[in-house]
Structure formats: C-alpha cells, structure tokens
Design a protein around this ligand. Structure first.
Ligand code: NAD
Length: 445
C-alpha cells in the first residue's frame, strides 16, 4: 500500500517512518524545502530518540521518501495522512489555515479514490470542513473518504508510542475506508493493541478529552503541591498515597512548573473554545488552563523568594529549556516563560540544555548559553532546574555548590532529595516537598 504523510514535523515524520517500518510505501511531504533536503540526505530537523536510525534504515531500504511535490505524492497514495500543525489562533480558537491549504491541495491533485486521514489534532467538526474543501477544489467529482485518526504519541518516546500504543482511535463513516485503515494498522493487531472504531466526531472529541484530562491531572497535583508547601506536607507522599488508589492511578501526578509543549496548552484552550461555540461553558477545562498559568508565575515567585527577595543584578543559572526531556521542542516550554519573567526583574540568565539551545535561541533574548551544567553554575547566584533531563539527575552536587556564588538551588522538577541537599549545605526549594526552603515545614539551616 502507498501512503503519503503531509507535514513532516514531530508527528508526521514519526508516522511516516513507523509506517515504512511496518512495510508500507511512504512519501513524506513538507513545504519547507530545507527540511525535505535535509531528510533526503538522512539528516533530521528535529531531535527524537531512535528516529535518526529508523528514518535512515527505511530510506536505505527504499520504503520511505521525502518530497516537496505534493501533487505526485497525493496521486500515488491510497491513504493521505494530514499531519500539519494546528496552532492556537485568536481567543483559543484553532488556526486551521494549514489544514485548509492541504485539503485544497488534495482536492486539486487527486485523480482517483483516496482515504484522507486526519492525524493533526483538530476541533470537532473539522473533518466535515475538510470534506467540503476537498469537494470544492475538485475539478470533477471523485470519490474519497475522510477519517479521523488522532495521534497520541509523546515527544521523547514517540517511536515506542507509535509502535506500541495504548490504543488506536479511528473515526469513519464508511466500511471501505475503515477496512483500509485497519489493514494499515494490522501489525499492531499482532500485539493486541485495542482499536477504538467510532464515528468521526467522536474520534475528534476523544483526542481533546484525553489531553484535557491529562492536563487536569497536572494542574490538580500542582495545586496540591502548592498547598503542601503552605501547610508543611510532602506532595510525593500525597501523590503516592492517592495514586495507589486504582481509581486515581499513579501516573501524571508529578508536580512541576506547569505543563507546556505544543499540545496541552493549545488543546485545552481549543476545547474550551469549541465547546463554547456549541453552547457549553466548560468550567473545569478553563480552570485547568488558569491554574497552569498561575503555576509558572508562582514558580517565578518561588525563585525570587529563595534567592532572597530580589533577582535584580543576580545571575540565575537555568538547567533545561525544552518543555520536557528528550526533545528539542520549546513550544510553550515553562523555561521560556520563566526566563523572560526573571529578566524583567533584572536577572541575568545563563542557561544550558542538552539539545534545545538552537530552538530556544529563536525565542529568547540576552541569554548566555553554556556548554554544560557546570559552566551554567559557575558564578551564578542560584541554579534553577527547569527540565528533568537525565543528565541533571546525578549532578556532582559538591561541585555545583563550589561553583555557585551562593549554594541555592530551586528544583522545579523535584529531582533531588531535600535531606541530601540540606546535608550538602544547599538552600534548596522544590515544589511541594517537606524540608525545602519554601515549604512551611522547613526548619532552616
Ligand atoms: P510540527 O509543527 O512539528 O509539524 C508540522 C509540519 O507541517 C511542519 O514541518 C510544516 O512545515 C508542515 N506544513 C505546514 N503546512 C504545510 C503544507 N501546506 N504542506 C506541507 N507541509 C506543511 O507539528 P507537530 O508537533 O508534528 O504537530 C502536528 C499535529 O499533530 C498538530 O495538530 C498537533 O496538535 C498534533 N499532535 C502533536 C503531537 C506532538 O507531540 N507534537 C502529538 C499528538 C498530536
């Protein structure tokens, strides 16, 4: 079977490489010429563990190609995946301009039956819009089916998530298109992956409900962590104590500076927006979003308090710029909100990230980038851990203390143990942990 994937970003590239690995013939299309040129040479424009090897293997074996020629890719494919970006537009609405462009191109270029599968996260009702645009762009009526096939992969673990997903969701209207989609995913049947077959609107809704629920868990535990700090409790024990209840579950109960990335913030906003348009005022999802904004602002206050009440003319070392480990993606990253807020209060910033410096440089100003964690510490008045890369989990803390002007660490990912930090002579703040500087149960050192 031939498929094409339009949009070769975090989702499209992983989708294309993984389907090629399943034995399917895949053409990945993008309209950024430099991106396609890199990929044709086997170089990757993004950082995703394992993807370089997978892309190059399938390039060599001739199942994966990269092109800017959307016409030819559409003509040759039976299934066309749309994997372009769907960023936030005005007032939380989704900006569907890339989806519209692609739908128009599909209508113009198709010469025979196609299955058009939306992998991008799109508001409920977008499949209908895609259908109408394809029809309007056709020079003569040609049959096609639209299906919704939302993607649930996590950056940093994307290949594993695609190859061994918790479930596959396919929303469709006709049996023929659904049968083609099931055939594409047939390697996953061998590992007994649950497949949820439903109608299109429901499939579109599943993606938003999933992301809003996960975001809600994060906002919930962040608020609980803030209360823990105020009353002298420990959020790790609280998370364990509640998470062992199977109805709650242990995952996604890790407090921090708030969720970020290219999905949760915009998807929660989009859900609130399209629900509003449908006449439903979503109180809970709106609160999840508000709590998330409060959280990074609260983290700025925590940093300022721990440093001694002001960061003016202080140098703050930042470890981690990506929104989570194992990716270079800095879209809506908490670090990229916290850094300008500290700069606005007069702080100088030194920063290090294992892979995200080039992407962060496009968004930040006046940051001194360092080559590793230790050069970030050197001469800084405090160290802030913003992303829990493995490299930051086992720092030589005595060396860190010796390099810092003052032994102050604000650990926004709760990587270190308060007791260890105290023993080593740090003023150590974290998020909701007993025995840390901004927790009520702190008895001082
Ligand atoms: P991305 O920005 O990394 O990639 C989108 C790609 O589409 C870019 O390379 C862009 O150049 C290309 N593009 C835009 N218009 C085009 C056109 N007309 N023709 C060809 N190419 C075009 O985005 P992403 O992170 O891969 O996300 C894509 C979609 O998947 C979004 O809707 C997102 O919400 C959803 N999603 C993302 C993730 C994730 O972890 N990133 C997970 C699940 C779902």
């Amino acid at each position: 079977m031939h498929v094409c994937v339009i949009g070769t970003g975090y989702v499209g590239l992983v989708t294309g490489a993984c389907f090629a690995e399943f034995g399917v013939q895949v053409a990945c299309v993008d309209n950024v010429v430099s991106k396609i040129a890199m990929l044709q040479e086997g170089q990757l424009p993004i950082h995703e563990p394992g993807l370089h090897e997978l892309v190059n293997k399938n390039l060599r074996e001739g199942r994966l190609t990269f092109t800017t020629d959307i016409t030819k890719a559409i003509e040759q494919a039976l299934v066309i995946f749309i994997a372009v970006g769907t960023p936030a537009g005005v007032d939380g609405a989704t900006d569907l301009r890339y989806i519209d462009e692609v739908a128009d191109a599909i209508g113009r270029c198709m010469r025979d039956y196609k299955v058009v599968a939306t992998k991008s996260t799109v508001p409920v009702g977008t499949a209908e819009r895609i259908k109408e645009r394809i029809q309007a762009a056709q020079s003569e009526p040609i049959a096609f089916s639209v299906v919704s096939n939302p993607e649930f992969l996590r950056e940093g673990a994307a290949i594993e998530d695609f190859m061994r997903p918790n479930r596959v969701v396919i929303g469709g209207e006709d049996a023929h298109a659904l049968a083609i989609m099931k055939e594409l995913y047939s390697p996953l049947y061998l590992i007994e992956t649950p497949v949820v077959i439903t109608d299109i609107v429901t499939a579109e809704m599943i993606k938003y409900a999933a992301n809003a629920f996960l975001a809600m868990k994060i906002s919930f535990i962040n608020e609980v962590a803030n209360v823990c700090d105020a009353v002298g409790a420990d959020v790790h024990d609280v998370a364990r104590g509640i998470g062992l209840d199977h109805r709650i579950g242990r995952l996604f109960l890790h407090p921090g500076p708030g969720y970020g990335g290219s999905c949760f913030p915009k998807d929660v906003q989009a859900l609130v927006h399209f629900a509003q348009e449908a006449g439903i005022d979503l109180q809970l999802a709106a609160a999840v979003e508000r709590v998330n904004v409060n959280q990074w602002q609260h983290m700025v206050e925590k940093i300022v308090t721990t440093v001694g009440g002001t960061v003016a003319d202080k140098t703050i070392g930042i470890l981690g710029l990506s929104f989570k480990p194992n990716t270079d993606d800095v879209r809506d990253s908490p670090a990229l909100k916290i850094i300008p807020a500290l700069q606005a209060r007069g702080a100088k910033i030194k920063a290090y990230d294992p892979v995200a410096v080039p992407t962060a440089q496009q968004a930040l100003r006046d940051v001194e980038y360092c080559v590793d964690a230790y050069t970030t510490c050197a001469g800084s008045d405090a160290l802030v851990l913003t992303t829990e890369w493995n490299q930051f989990r086992a720092l030589d803390l005595e060396r860190v203390r010796a390099l810092l002007q003052q032994p102050i660490m604000i650990d926004l990912r709760n990587v270190y143990e308060p007791e260890t930090m105290r023993r080593l002579g740090f003023r150590y703040a974290a998020v909701g942990r007993r025995g840390t500087y901004t927790n009520r149960a702190y008895d001082g050192v």
